[in-house]
Design a protein around this ligand. Structure first.
Ligand code: 0WK
Ligand code: BGC
Ligand code: BGC
Length: 923
């Protein structure tokens, strides 16, 4: 086992020599000693300045600010969560770089049972100096050779081996298994590796070795392995600190704070790489002449200055340089030096740690100095120990200042006044040096008093942690595969959407011809969009959406609307028809009273958002209820008659029901009042549907060949004939079977607000059963129908939400979830809403192409009036619909107009047009 310090330092030259001039007097000596040791004293103010400067540099690097060049790197590691404790499996771990001139191979078995540990098997291999300084390929071939030598000796099944690569150098990671070396540190300087993907170099070497088929699943920095290796106790470790040959730390940062990651959700482990911190302002005052000498003589002068004051590769050397200096000044060893004392790397960290040992230190000093060819006196021994203490205390204090900066950074990003955090510590300086950790902990408490920090020593140098990351990587990869398999049917490609468009065109043609079709293409008797000459006061009812509204619409040169929202309790919507219409009339009467309209019989337009075969403008036979309605004795009835009967039942009420319109028609008319090119009405709300102005010649069953008539497509029922079966997923089937109208409204059930939340809920239940979500624990709340409202999709998918807000929404739902879970729920919502929007877009593309072809136009410019909560509130729905229409109907320029006043205004305008036309016929 090579000790810290052997590698990376050049060797010394001649025999024992003592200074000629007279030795300094006792006062000079102590002054010389004090002046020398004083250099290693770091004041609290200096530590705070280093802490502040490091924090500044960390936040600057997180923001991706390039100049002035930040002193620390802040490298994202793609490790997005701390271990669950459920990770299980056998993993091979290859550790390179953490412990200087040696690499270690481990076989780690994770049981997935909290607290149940299987001791890893491991083997250490010394890396020859020439390999550490030679060609990169040689180093990786050496590693692959050690791997197979280790595996040869293991009585284990060697199929499907998954390997975690602990590579302890600064790397740009672009994935859990893709990592480019920025620069070597510590004792390494192999050629042809910097700027290369070290995972690929290892895979190539393993392939060249050809002994085993090993899948390198993850590459991990040793600090991350250390953090991940700590037992998930009261709180998981969220900081990993390593002080071995080199030093560094990592911590769990909010992903949105890491500029290079265009990820605004979840957390990501960031490797600080504080070894390169060298802000002259902060470090200048604490750098000693010995530090400059050490750096100057190192393999990488000018680099890793902070590491060279803390890392185990350098502590022994600093002590040696001080001892050699004091010897030359005559205040130590009687002014004598030895070739060994003047040789670089002759004092190792182990030596320093042993010499500081409170009980055996003095004896060890003797032994070690004798090994260096010196004969120390008693005062020498004490002075040597002082030097060790000075060098290591400073190292621990500087390390503490850096750690305190990390804790402050965590506090800022978590916006917490006080921070409770567990820090996993690893590396032989922490493990072996008698005082390093206590000085470190004491100084952290001094510099970060508002942080309650618990230090968890890593049990096996991070090997388990690397296996954890590999297990997490393997699990995430497996979960991602399962998530992709589950969501794949929701990812519709161009051909599938074009097929839906073509299917819809066929169904439209059949419906218009009055043939059997899942699209009923119902004539609405609305022949024209408003021309602005409409005038008068009208009552309007708006039934069938989220809210039931009664409106007073005053049409002059403009339109004024006064309205009131009334609820339709489920018991009424699913009670008797008489009860429902009596309730409607009650609301009208209440509205009239409030508006001082009692006793007035204003013309009334009734927006009735359900499939009706209209026999005239004021006659509509309800074909079937949809959405949440199921009132009895209504289907097959003329709903205008049902309303009039209810009015009659309620004596002393006069109402003149002039028109019944579908909400799509009301919406088209309402928007058509502003934009005459608006010839299509689209609703994507509780339900979904569309209408458009069709050439009368194409409408069977309605006399006349000229002019146009608005057709209510009732596209919610598209595919009820099975023509969309190729798109139906198991989740759609579950939603349909649980609905009050199974096998009906299949297109609607893939698109509209009443159902999207349910589709998501069923997918979440499925992913939970696969163990992909919520650690496979079935969540009671999620078993409840309609518990996952469609409005959650709109909230969760909003770009402005950080993941924690997504998590908050889901936690309010009683879903205990991790950030990975929240990310998956987000992806499920995105897939479901994207499919809905694309299908809706395919429908609109079919309609606009129909109109373009109807009119034999090369190009068509048309507007679509749109309403509905889902379309209006979902952050991406409308743009996805528009994008799909552009893709499938490139020869149509389609403008989507969001209706401001709802279809009540439209119903009033239809009524106004009817009254105007009626007046014309009366004249
Ligand atoms: C508002 C319209 C109404 C339509 C509703 C649909 O005024 O006629 O039924 O939009 O959207 P929902 O309320 O179902 O989301
Ligand atoms: C490397 C880090 C590593 C640290 C501790 C440093 O030299 O740059 O990546 O974590 O040593 O091994
Ligand atoms: C109804 C349509 C209505 C649509 C939007 C569907 O369920 O069948 O008539 O236009 O919902 O509200």
């Amino acid at each position: 086992m090579d000790s810290i310090g052997s590698s990376g330092l050049r060797q010394g030259e001649e025999a024992l020599s003592c200074s000629e001039e007279g030795l300094p007097g006792p006062s000079d000596s102590s002054e010389l000693v004090q002046e020398c040791l004083q250099q290693f004293k770091v004041t609290r103010a200096q530590l705070q300045q280093i802490q502040a400067s490091l924090l500044g540099s960390m936040e600057q690097a997180l923001r991706g600010q390039a100049s002035p060049a930040p002193a620390v790197r802040m490298l994202p590691t793609y490790v997005g969560s701390t271990p669950h404790g459920t990770e299980q499996g056998d993993f091979v771990v290859l550790e390179l770089g953490a412990t200087g001139a040696s690499l270690r191979v481990l076989w780690v078995t994770l049981t997935g049972i909290e607290g149940h540990r299987v001791e890893p098997r491991s083997q250490e291999f010394v890396i020859p100096q020439e390999v550490m300084l030679g060609a990169g390929q040689q180093l990786f071939d050496f590693a692959a050779h050690c791997l197979s030598e280790f595996l040869d000796a293991q009585p284990v099944n060697k199929q499907g081996l998954q390997l975690g690569f602990s590579f302890s150098f600064p790397c740009h990671q672009t994935g859990l298994d893709r990592s480019t070396l920025i620069s070597w540190t510590k004792g390494f300087r192999c050629s042809g590796v910097e700027g290369q993907d070290v995972v690929q170099l290892l895979r190539d070497a393993i392939r060249r070795q050809g002994a085993y088929n090993i899948d390198v699943v993850a590459v991990v920095n040793d600090t991350v392995g250390t953090m991940m290796g700590c037992e998930p106790g009261v709180r998981p470790c969220e900081v990993g600190l390593v002080v071995d040959t080199g030093t560094n730390a990592c911590y769990m940062e909010e992903a949105r704070h890491v500029a290079v990651l265009d990820e605004d959700r979840g957390r990501v482990c960031v490797s600080v790489e504080w070894g390169s911190f060298s802000d002259d302002g902060a470090l200048g005052p604490v750098l000693t002449t010995f530090d400059h000498t050490l750096d100057h003589e190192s393999l990488n002068p000018g680099a890793q200055r902070f590491e060279k004051m803390i890392g185990g590769l350098y502590l022994g050397e600093l002590v040696r340089l001080v001892l050699a200096h004091l010897a030359r000044c005559g205040v130590l060893f009687g002014g004598c030096t030895s070739p060994a004392l003047l040789s670089q790397g002759s004092i190792l960290l182990e030596h320093v740690a042993e010499m500081e040992d409170p009980s055996t230190g003095a004896a060890r000093v003797h032994a070690i100095l004798q090994d260096l060819g010196l004969s120390p006196g008693a005062s020498d021994v004490e002075l040597v120990q002082h030097v060790c203490v000075a060098v290591c205390t400073r190292a621990a204090q500087l390390c503490a200042a850096a750690l305190a900066a990390v804790l402050s950074c965590l506090q800022h990003s978590r916006e917490q006044q006080t921070l409770q955090v567990a820090v996993a510590t690893g590396g032989r300086v922490c493990e072996r040096h008698p005082r390093f950790c206590s000085v470190l902990q004491g100084t952290v408490m001094l510099l970060a008093p508002e942080c309650d920090v618990s230090f968890i020593p890593s049990v096996d140098g991070g090997g388990r942690g690397v296996a954890m990351v590999t297990a997490v990587a393997a699990r995430l990869a497996a979960h991602r595969r399962l998530l992709e398999e589950t969501l794949a049917p929701f990812r519709l490609n161009h051909d599938q959407l074009a097929a839906v468009q073509a299917q819809m065109r066929k169904a439209m043609a059949k419906g218009l011809r009055g043939e059997a079709s899942s699209l009923r293409m119902l004539p609405t008797f609305v022949r024209a969009t408003p021309d602005g000459s409409e005038r008068g006061d009208f009552l309007a009812l708006d039934l069938g959406g989220t809210n039931f509204r009664v409106l007073l619409v005053r049409v002059t040169t403009g339109v004024q609307i006064t309205s009131e929202i009334y609820s339709i309790p489920e018991t009424v919507a699913q009670g008797s028809g008489q009860q429902l219409f009596d309730h409607i009339v009650d609301c009208i009467v209440d509205f009239q009273q409030k508006q001082g309209l009692s006793g007035q019989s204003l013309p009334l337009g009734f927006t009735f958002s359900f499939p009706c075969r209209q026999l005239g403008l004021d006659q509509g036979i309800l074909l079937n209820w949809t959405k949440g309605f199921k009132a009895s004795d209504c289907e097959g009835q003329d709903v205008v008659s049902l309303l009039r009967e209810a009015i009659t039942r309620r004596q002393a009420v006069e109402l003149n029901v002039v028109a019944i319109v579908n909400d799509t028609v009301g919406t088209m008319m309402s928007c058509g009042y502003e934009d005459p090119r608006c010839e299509i009405g689209l609703i994507v709300g509780t339900g979904t549907n569309a209408c458009y102005m069709e050439e009368l010649r194409n409408v069977a069953g309605v006399p006349g060949d000229s002019g146009r008539m608005c057709i209510n497509m009732e596209w919610g029922a598209f595919g009820d004939d099975g023509s969309l079966a190729m798109l139906n997923t198991r989740f759609d089937a579950s939603v349909d079977q649980a609905s009050i109208n199974p096998s009906k409204q299949r297109f609607e059930k893939m698109i509209s607000g009443m159902y999207l939340g349910e589709i998501v809920r069923h997918i979440l239940l499925h992913l939970t059963s696969l163990g992909v979500l919520f650690r496979g624990q079935q969540i009671q709340r999620l078993q409840t129908r309609d518990i996952f409202k469609t409005k959650f999709l709109s909230e969760i998918e909003s770009d402005s939400l950080a993941l924690r807000q997504v998590r908050a929404i889901l936690e309010d739902l009683g879903l205990p979830l991790t950030s990975d879970d929240a990310l998956m729920v987000l992806e499920v919502c995105q897939a479901v809403s994207q499919r809905a929007a694309q299908l809706c877009g395919a429908g609109v593309a079919a309609v606009v192409e129909k109109i373009r072809e109807n009119r034999g136009l090369e190009e068509l410019a048309v507007s679509v009036g749109v309403d509905g909560t889902l379309y209006k509130l979902h952050p991406h729905f409308s743009s996805l619909v528009a994008a799909t229409v552009r893709e499938l109907a490139p020869r149509c320029v389609v403008t989507f107009l969001q209706s401001e006043d709802g279809s009540g205004k439209g119903a009033a305008l239809v009524t106004a047009v009817a009254c105007r036309l009626a007046q014309l016929t009366r004249v």
